[in-house]
Design a protein around this ligand. Structure first.
Ligand code: PGA
Length: 249
């Protein structure tokens, strides 16, 4: 089973709409022809213009979060249908910054995953353990719980449409990426979880990304691992030359 590689940039709270358009034009000019899929999770305010700029290129635009409700009295929130109408084709859900800084629960994330599927937006579900949990050797327990809760109620036929990003909390924005061995070990663990839950055929089709201090210097080694299908890149995706280099590598 060959899975198509995917490099996704997560810009977090960076770049205006205008800056996003300039970045996308510059990236498209230097993209070399390879099979890697290129995703950019831009701020809400840039989705519409970024999608227009990416139209006709191989760059896919998405969002970094959304609410689970269809619509309603949720001041400051964004719905899946709004994202879709603005041109977002995927959405990052359950990022550890959302879980930790904004108190998002697994139940909430699960409802968002269902909503994304209902609206035809690809969810990139993030899971990952803290340093403390790793030191307590509870990585498998933590990840199985996060996966079980986030995927609750999904049909096996939906699972291959989902993208899962393993992002160890201790590696995000710290410059301390997981070693290829550690990342592969956990990716294997995630694939085995999917295999036990949905069968081997489904598990083999799911695209698994690694995220946490990925940069042009470490991406090639990480991508050599058999269960790592791509990367979710934060800080290093802000620089167009660095991001283009990572797609190339
Ligand atoms: P980082 O962030 O690449 O800056 O570590 C990754 C992420 O949070 O998705």
């Amino acid at each position: 089973m060959t899975r198509i590689p995917l490099i996704a940039g997560n810009w977090k709270m960076h770049k205006t709409a205008e800056e996003s358009v300039a970045y996308i034009r510059a990236l498209n000019n230097v993209l070399i022809l390879n099979e890697t899929r290129v995703f950019l999770a831009v701020p809400f305010t840039a989705i519409e213009q970024a999608s227009a700029a990416a139209h006709g290129t191989r760059i896919t635009i998405g969002a970094q979060n959304m609410h689970d409700a269809e619509e309603g009295p949720f001041t400051g929130e964004i719905s899946a249908s709004m994202l879709k109408a603005a041109g977002a084709q995927f959405v990052i859900l359950g990022h550890s910054e959302r879980r930790k800084l904004f108190g998002e629960t697994s139940e909430f994330i699960n409802r968002k995953v269902h909503r994304a599927f209902n609206e035809g937006i690809i969810p990139i579900l993030c899971v990952g353990e803290t340093l403390e949990q790793r030191q307590q050797e509870s990585v498998q327990h933590v990840l199985s719980k996060q996966l079980k809760e986030a995927l609750n109620g999904l049909d096996a036929s939906q699972i291959p449409e989902l993208i899962i990003a393993y992002e160890p909390v201790w590696a995000i924005g710290t410059g301390k990426s997981a070693t290829p061995d550690i990342a592969q070990e956990v990716h294997r663990m995630i694939r085995l979880f999917l295999e036990h839950s949905y069968g081997n055929k489904v598990a083999e089709r799911v695209c698994l990304l690694y995220g946490g201090s990925v940069n042009p210097g470490n991406i090639a080694e990480l991508m050599k691992e058999p269960d790592i299908d791509g990367a979710l890149v934060g800080g290093a995706s802000l620089d167009v030359a660095a991001f283009a280099r990572m797609i190339q590598l």
